[in-house]
Ligand binder design. Structure first.
Ligand SMILES: Cc1ncc(COP(=O)(O)O)c(C=O)c1O
Length: 405
């Protein structure tokens, strides 16, 4: 595949044996002859060739080099190489959004007559994508409980080409046994696809536990400041290649500007994920002390059912937690409306703390029965803990708790 720019190695860093924090800052960078220190943004849709023969060779993939920014762009490529290095993947392809990453992966790897097994605890739009669009192509979508290995075993058969999950889950912070599910998938020649958006490679590298493809919504922690939409898929070159084919033909491509923003996001990812996790841990412990709160869901808490597995698979527990307040939906809404600083929005992975009521926002499209199965009660509130001072975050939630009548 001729999608890589020729590289001028005079300007490259030697990253042999470099560690995560170094790769996050330097991997994938190719300096132009201008010698720019920060990565350049190449806002160009097409590229010129030295001759007709060179154009033909590039189009045929016989010669390396850029062709058209729907599937080759130097800034986007730098982002892809950097994220691949962080995930420990051979290759990566960037997409226009996290949903585009999931859609392109499914379209590239599944065919009519196949089946896919999906964790019941996936992001609402992922669920809608599978139900409304994937099913349309005669692909059987089977839902199972994330934690119940038995139900994955029962759902898998000869038609199964893919297992799909998020870990930890949103908003219950449940952790899948990635190794066990990878073993199950491989026994049936299926792929295990893990949406790693909540942990990012700074906290968890699912490929190390046998996953085949990693999905990202770069919109979340990779950006980290709520500015751009983007996504990515990382894995072996062999599995990424067909996804690039989807981008080339269908066009759900990341823009060079967004790739540049995400590159800057990756540079501070490890620091931010550590700080998000520390704030979330402190908030979870504080919430447990509040009389209006009946339950806190955060895998960092030693009494959370996924705590031990999370410790094995993750280096910290991430920034998202949820909790139940006594008094159901009215109490949850009074709490949310009673906060003054925290942003009421369903987004997450931002420096700014966000608060949402899953039953009436992110998970409102589920039936009440499916919500109950997923543990999403009417009194559940989700917080994506940001980077403000933990004292100020607690003070704001205390205002919310005091507003419950
Ligand atoms: C876990 C997860 N995966 C995928 C997505 C979709 O990402 P995007 O909004 O970038 O399309 C989201 C978010 O919104 C998400 O939370």
């Amino acid at each position: 595949m001729g999608r890589f720019t020729d590289r001028d190695f005079r300007y490259q860093s030697d990253l042999t044996d470099a560690e995560f924090e170094t790769l996050a800052v330097r991997a994938g960078q190719v300096r132009s002859s201008h010698g720019e220190h920060s990565e350049a943004i190449y806002t160009t849709s097409s590229y010129v060739f030295n001759s007709a023969a060179e154009a033909a060779a590039r189009f045929a993939g016989e010669e390396k080099g850029n062709v058209y920014s729907r599937y080759t762009n130097p800034t986007v490529r730098t982002f892809e190489e950097r994220l691949a290095a962080l995930e420990g993947a051979e290759d990566c392809v960037a997409t226009a959004s996290g949903m585009a990453a999931i859609y392109s992966t499914v379209v590239a790897h599944l065919q009519s007559g196949d089946s896919i097994i999906v964790s019941r605890s996936v992001f609402g739009s992922t669920n809608v994508l599978f139900e409304k669009f994937v099913r349309k192509f005669n692909i059987d979508v089977r839902y199972v409980d994330l934690l119940d290995l038995n139900s994955w075993q029962q759902a898998i058969d000869d038609t199964t080409q893919m297992l799909f999950l998020e870990s930890p889950s949103n908003p219950m912070s449940e952790v899948a046994d990635i190794q066990a599910l990878a073993d199950l998938a491989h026994k049936h020649n299926a792929l295990l696809v893990v949406d790693n958006c909540f942990c990012t490679p700074a906290l968890q590298k699912p490929l190390q536990f046998g996953a085949d493809l990693i999905i990202h919504s770069a919109t979340k922690y990779i950006d980290g400041q709520g500015r751009c939409l983007g996504g990515a898929v990382a894995g072996s070159a062999e599995l990424i290649e067909p996804i690039i084919g989807v981008l080339r033909s269908a066009g759900p491509t990341m823009s060079p500007f967004n790739a540049w923003v995400f590159l800057k996001g990756l540079e501070t990812l490890a620091l931010r994920m550590k700080a998000h996790s520390e704030n979330a841990m402190a908030l979870a412990l504080w919430l447990q002390q509040q009389p209006q709160v009946s339950k806190v869901n955060y895998a960092g808490l030693s009494d959370h059912p996924s705590h031990e597995l999370a410790k094995k698979q993750q280096s910290a527990f991430g920034g998202v937690l949820s909790f139940e307040v006594n008094g159901g939906q009215p109490a949850a809404w009074q709490l949310i409306d009673g906060t003054r600083m925290i942003s009421i929005t369903a987004n997450l992975g931002d420096t700014k703390t966000t608060i949402t009521h899953p039953a009436t926002t992110t998970h409102s499209r589920l039936t009440p029965e499916d919500r109950a199965k997923a543990g999403i009660s009417d009194g559940l509130v989700r917080i994506a803990v940001g980077l403000e001072s933990i004292g100020d975050i607690q003070k704001d939630i205390a205002l919310g708790l005091a507003a419950i009548k």
